[in-house]
Design a protein around this ligand. Structure first.
Ligand SMILES: [Zn+2]
Length: 287
């Protein structure tokens, strides 16, 4: 079985990206896994600290590992947006494949100092775990925002990217390149799209030489995704789009069968709704 690092290197060589989808229940996990199986592409499921608290850190690790083993399928597990070393160590001990150690809210020098220290400690527990660091400002909360935050001042520069990767020893870098967590209502309605700074991605790739993750991918223009992947993005995070599909799928299923109480009869349409979104994104990333 290939490791996450192997799969990322293969993706990089073939100018494809691996999709990362956040989950907080079995419905979304089933949906993402089914989509990846159908398309025969590796996939990463991610859980933030809040999502891990709900599902259980060791429990989700056991579940994902059982899928990987039984189906001999490259499904990987990421500890998304981890803000403390204690939570990171918990995920490392549980056997997560990667971690996003996110101190991007701290001043740059402090982010470097603490991320370096965390990367060393995490790798001392699990040397094969990939550590991702984050710089710049892409907002927070994978939900529907009323107004767009001004993120123009938080864009990452190639100089920062190079310095951060060299100083911290992270395997993966998450820069701010026009991406944003969450979606605006107009994006849900399909009236507007997010756009990315493609030249900046290419310059950051060249300067840092690191594997790159694009966070906050939901609602991004398809063409921008393709260009971003060509410019060096290796992992794309999608969360809000799945949450919207999950909610709409559940609303519709309940409305269609108002008297049904059997979860395994109510939930399959929700799995389908989430699977469709995951599959369409995976298809685009692995074109
Ligand atoms: Zn993120």
């Amino acid at each position: 079985m290939n490791s996450l690092r192997d799969c990322l290197q293969q993706a990089q060589q073939s100018h494809r990206a691996i999709g990362h989808f956040n989950i907080s229940d079995l419905v979304a996990l089933k949906a993402v896994f089914a989509a990846a199986q159908e398309l025969k592409v590796p996939v990463i499921v991610g859980l933030s600290e809040g999502e891990r608290e709900f599902v259980g850190t060791r429990q989700i690790a056991a579940f994902v590992r059982s899928l990987r083993d039984e189906f001999e399928f490259p499904i990987f597990l990421n500890a998304d947006h981890t803000h403390s070393l204690a939570k990171g160590l918990e995920a490392a001990r549980a056997g997560f494949d990667s971690i996003v150690f996110d101190l991007s809210a701290l001043p740059f020098e402090e982010n470097i100092r603490q991320t370096k220290q965390a990367a060393e400690e995490l790798k001392s527990i699990n040397p094969s775990m990939l550590v991702e660091g984050e710089i710049g400002d892409i907002g927070s909360g994978s939900e529907i925002h009323k107004t767009a935050p001004d993120l123009s001042k938080g864009l990452s520069t190639p100089e920062q990217a190079k310095q951060f990767v060299e100083s911290t020893g992270v395997d993966i870098l998450a820069p701010a390149v026009g991406n944003m967590h969450g979606m605006l209502k107009s994006m849900i309605d399909g009236e507007t799209k997010k756009h990315l700074h493609i030249d900046r991605i290419a310059a950051i790739k060249q300067a840092s030489g690191a594997l790159l993750t694009l966070h906050g991918g939901s609602g991004t223009d398809d063409h921008d995704f393709r260009e971003a992947i060509a410019a060096g993005i290796n992992i794309v995070h999608i969360n809000t789009e799945l949450r919207v599909a999950w909610r709409h799928g559940l609303d519709e299923s309940l409305a269609r069968q108002p008297d049904e109480v059997v979860p395994y009869k109510i939930l399959p349409p929700v799995v389908d709704a989430v699977k469709q979104v995951a599959a369409s994104r995976l298809r685009l990333f692995s074109d």
